[in-house]
Design a protein around this ligand. Structure first.
Ligand code: KG4
Ligand code: ZN
Length: 475
């Protein structure tokens, strides 16, 4: 006899047919599509479904909605085993509740045996028959939610623990900058290997720093994409293993959602807001009217702004990543070189490959003429054009969407020149603004943990089929 309790995915139709007086055609499919909190567990006996339990996993509590064993299999403890499975899955929750018909003595006896207490009578709950609301207390009302965040999408292996989406408890980032410095950029194969080497140490260090164990963690949030596939997989498989081993919910997070929520660690986001996302892989304008709801207004048509900084750095013999150095040189240079403002139109899109080519051509022409390049001046001219391009599109979006809140996100938002300029724009327009802490502009897991908290509240829980995706839309 093979017994198995499974969360169903592909046997929904079978379950619908087995209990025709409870389910109609597609009713479970519809429920699963419309209710992200709903979970169905089935009891398999020699691969035949003989019963199920449907419960809602809502934030910090569990609500049992529906529970049934086929008539021929009742009185064999199968129901108890299903109930035990739900109790086992609820160890981190504050309570489990359910309603039962007042005349269903057998069921009430079972629930009481498992520690459920009668809390209230629901008059006429079952078409003329009263229901009893029963509750099993798990933990004392757990007020704080601790999220373990995992980030490994590019060249940083990072773990972090964040409380309630806003308060950072501990973060560890193992950067591979030294590993890739000689190559002038990230080498994917080398990056994946370095993640594998670092991942356990970084987790250990993070828990040690927080003075916590995995038992104190409530949720596991991990970057699902976009990023380098080999790198992403290291973090993702680690997250799945931890979620399975410690029976914690697994929350997939979009890397850019993470960058955006780095701002939430400075100040709680206020809506509606506009976010200028500027990183090594992204340049986009994102509108949000509530938590974890993203509307992309436009983005780069070619290179990302950070990528452009790094490529311009290469031409000027500046070590990777070149952004911070160019920023410093720009601050002491003069705008003496003429460069074109890219994609100077009314759209929300950006383009940076033309600007990069203009810098390459300028350097070659000057060299051919035998002139030295004034690096400070060229960096200043380049950065001014970048700022001008970003600012124009941003102002256009602020005006059109009438937002009162502005934030920035991504590695390039550490740029002093861009920050100063955007701050001035916000002050002139009377907008509230927040920029991430400098250390959380570039990749880190604190931002993933913060975003993961809101992703969870939005019902974005994954199962163990979760896979990494190198390119994935923010939505
Ligand atoms: O967000 P991030 O860590 O990686 C991606 O998700 O893409 O961003 C890394 C990028 C690199 O291109 C780096 O040159 C750039 O951010 N960056 C900067 C500055 N600091 C980092 N770019 C301009 N100015 C900076 N101060
Ligand atoms: Zn990033």
């Amino acid at each position: 006899m093979i017994i198995n309790i499974l969360e169903i995915k592909d046997r929904i139709k079978e379950l619908e047919k087995l209990f025709p007086n409870i389910f109609t055609n597609n009713s479970i499919v519809d429920d699963l599509n419309n209710n992200p909190f709903s979970i169905y567990l089935v009891y398999l006996l020699n691969d035949k479904i003989i019963g199920y339990i449907n419960y809602y996993d809502i934030y910090d509590r569990i609500e049992i909605a529906n529970f049934n064993i086929l008539e021929n299999y009742q009185n064999n403890h199968y129901g108890s085993l299903l109930l035990e499975e739900v109790i086992k899955r609820s160890i981190n929750k504050s309570n489990i509740t359910l309603e039962v018909r007042i005349d269903n003595k057998k069921a009430i006896y079972l629930y009481e045996k498992y520690g459920f207490k009668r809390k209230a009578i629901r008059k006429n709950y079952y078409h003329g028959i009263d229901g009893i609301l029963m509750e099993k207390e798990m933990m004392k009302m757990k007020k704080d939610i601790y999220v373990l965040g995992i980030e490994s999408s590019c060249d940083e292996t990072s773990f972090s623990i964040v409380k309630n989406g806003v308060e950072e408890i501990a973060t560890v980032v193992a950067s591979q900058i030294d590993v890739h410095a000689d190559d002038g950029g990230v080498v994917p194969e080398i990056a994946s290997r370095a993640h594998v080497k670092n991942v356990t140490f970084v987790l250990e260090e993070c828990l040690k720093k927080a003075k916590m164990t995995m038992d104190d963690i409530d949720l596991i949030a991990v970057t699902q994409g976009p990023g380098l596939i080999g790198s992403l997989l290291v973090g993702l498989e680690t997250a799945k293993t931890l979620a399975w081993l410690y029976n914690k919910p697994l929350i997939p997070v979009h890397h850019i959602a993470g960058h955006i929520y780095a701002n939430n660690l400075v100040k709680r986001l206020e809506f509606p807001l506009l976010c200028l996302v500027i990183s090594g892989g992204h340049t986009e304008l994102v509108f949000m009217d509530k938590d974890y709801s993203f509307k992309k207004l436009g983005g780069t048509l070619d290179d990302a702004v950070g990528e452009c900084y790094d490529k311009v750095g290469k031409i000027l013999d500046i070590a990777y990543p070149a952004g911070p150095t160019i920023d410093n040189l720009a601050s002491v240079g003069k705008h003496n070189y003429q460069l074109p403002i890219p994609l100077n139109d009314n759209s929300y899109n950006f383009s940076f490959s033309g600007l990069k080519s203009a810098v390459i051509n300028l350097v070659h022409n000057e060299k051919q003429k035998g002139n030295d390049i004034n690096k400070e001046d060229l960096c200043c001219s380049f950065q001014d054009v970048v700022i001008e391009s970003l600012a124009r599109k941003t102002i256009h979006a602020i005006d059109e969407y009438q937002v009162k809140n502005f934030i920035m996100a991504g590695g390039v938002s550490a740029n002093k020149g861009i920050r100063n300029h955007m701050q001035k724009i916000c002050e002139n327009k009377g907008l509230n603004y927040t920029f991430p802490e400098i250390k959380y502009c570039t990749d880190n897991a604190a931002m993933i943990a913060a975003a993961g908290y809101y992703a969870y509240l939005d019902g974005r829980k994954a199962d163990y089929t979760l896979n990494a995706t190198s390119s994935i839309e923010l939505k």
